[in-house]
Design a protein around this ligand. Structure first.
Ligand code: SAM
Ligand code: DTB
Ligand code: SF4
Length: 343
């Protein structure tokens, strides 16, 4: 039975789901997952950093921030043709979505024509397009929508309460505004968070509540596990208990039943068993390929072996373009748009 799509979750209710016995939580998450998705298919995206480093923001987890001394090589905006050849390779190796990330506070006017060409070119290859370029203006969101951009990634990252300990150069409100501009422009939203930054369980729950109470659930919800990069302020932070991570994935699945939950950064450090638990808890999307933006990803060879062992297959374009899935999405948009106080 399909779950009701809700946007009025409160902390106590989600805390109860989060802290129920682990087996009950995973059973509930898997039951919701099966009602909405094929449990043995995952969506596969590739990631490319189109502009690397020297970012003016001070996100404490990020190797690309100009505020910290890390070993990454700064790079200017890549040439359009270079981006297209990387996208072609990603398509050949089975990705259906190509995500392009730039370490900017926001895209400059002079860069927009190149970014637009990238969207058009990648789309022409038959891939879904995703970009993450920082804060957007209304005009820029509309330009990207017109170019045919399918998804925009902009994370809330952490709870509103913990936010000031991690980022001081951009506000939570700024993030919510960019997310709402993306929606209004008609671009699908990829919005999630990052765990393992020293946040409390309460913060993890509050982040999940924020995501699930957006007027429309993000179509894609990346859950990143901190990759501790040398030179960043969080380099020495204590590891998050892996079961807390799995619980967070399971709760995301339960309270955002129709969203793709991406087991995002951090897979390289995860055991096969932990990834298997995350998929059982309802994660159904990954980044595939040697590299994330600046850090190594789980290797493609390792991923093939794991997927083979788990009997999980990559989702093909036809799987999500089928009429049933489209009808479910259309229905949830109608329900969300009819909610009082919604956009
Ligand atoms: N600059 C853009 C922005 O912040 O909106 C886009 C790129 S940014 C790298 C995208 C996301 O990657 C961040 O919001 C964060 O969740 C994740 N991320 C960045 N550094 C990470 C790290 N060291 N470990 C895990 N996730 C990380
Ligand atoms: C997201 O939430 N995670 C991805 C994607 N969106 C752009 C980025 C992960 C970055 C990990 C650190 C790095 O490689 O620089
Ligand atoms: Fe810049 Fe994005 Fe890194 Fe923050 S996460 S420092 S905005 S690249």
């Amino acid at each position: 039975m399909k779950s009701e799509i809700r946007h009025n979750w409160d902390y106590e209710e989600v805390e109860k789901i989060f802290n129920q016995p682990f087996n009950d939580l995973l059973f509930q998450a898997q039951t919701v997952h099966r009602a909405h998705f094929n449990p043995n298919k995952i969506q596969v995206s590739a990631l490319l950093s189109i502009k690397t480093g020297a970012c003016p923001e001070d996100c404490k987890y990020c190797p690309q921030s100009a505020h910290y001394r890390t070993d990454i090589e700064k790079e200017k905006l890549m040439a359009v043709q270079e981006v297209l050849s990387a996208a072609k390779k990603a398509k050949e190796t089975g990705s259906t979505r190509f995500c392009m990330g730039a370490a900017w506070r926001n895209p400059a006017k002079k860069d927009m024509p190149y970014v637009i060409e990238m969207v058009k070119g990648v789309k022409a290859l038959g891939l879904e397009t995703c970009m993450t370029l920082g804060k957007l203006s209304k005009e820029q969101s509309e330009e990207l929508a017109e170019a045919g951009l399918d998804y925009y990634n902009h994370n809330l990252d952490v709870s509103p309460e913990f936010y000031g300990k991690i980022i001081t150069t951009r506000t939570y409100e700024d993030r919510l505004q960019t997310i709402s501009l993306i929606r209004e422009a008609g671009i699908k939203v990829c919005c999630g968070g990052i765990l393992g930054l020293g946040e409390t369980q309460k913060d993890r729950i509050n982040l999940l509540v924020q995501l699930a109470n957006l007027p429309i659930h993000p179509e894609s919800v990346p859950i990143n596990m901190l990759i501790k990069v040398k030179g960043t302020p969080l380099e020495q932070i204590k590891d998050l208990d892996p079961l807390e991570f799995i619980r967070s994935v399971a709760v995301a699945r339960i309270i955002m039943p129709e969203s793709y939950i991406r087991l995002s950064a951090g897979r390289e450090e995860m055991s096969d068993e932990m990834q298997a638990w995350a998929f059982f808890a309802g994660a159904n999307s990954i980044f595939y390929g040697e590299k994330l933006l600046t850090t190594p990803n789980s290797s493609p060879e390792k991923d093939w072996i794991l997927m083979e062992k788990l009997g999980i297959q990559p989702e093909e374009k036809e799987d999500y373009e089928d009429e049933v899935h489209q009808a479910v999405i259309a229905e949830s948009l109608i329900i969300a748009n009819n909610k009082p106080g919604c956009c």
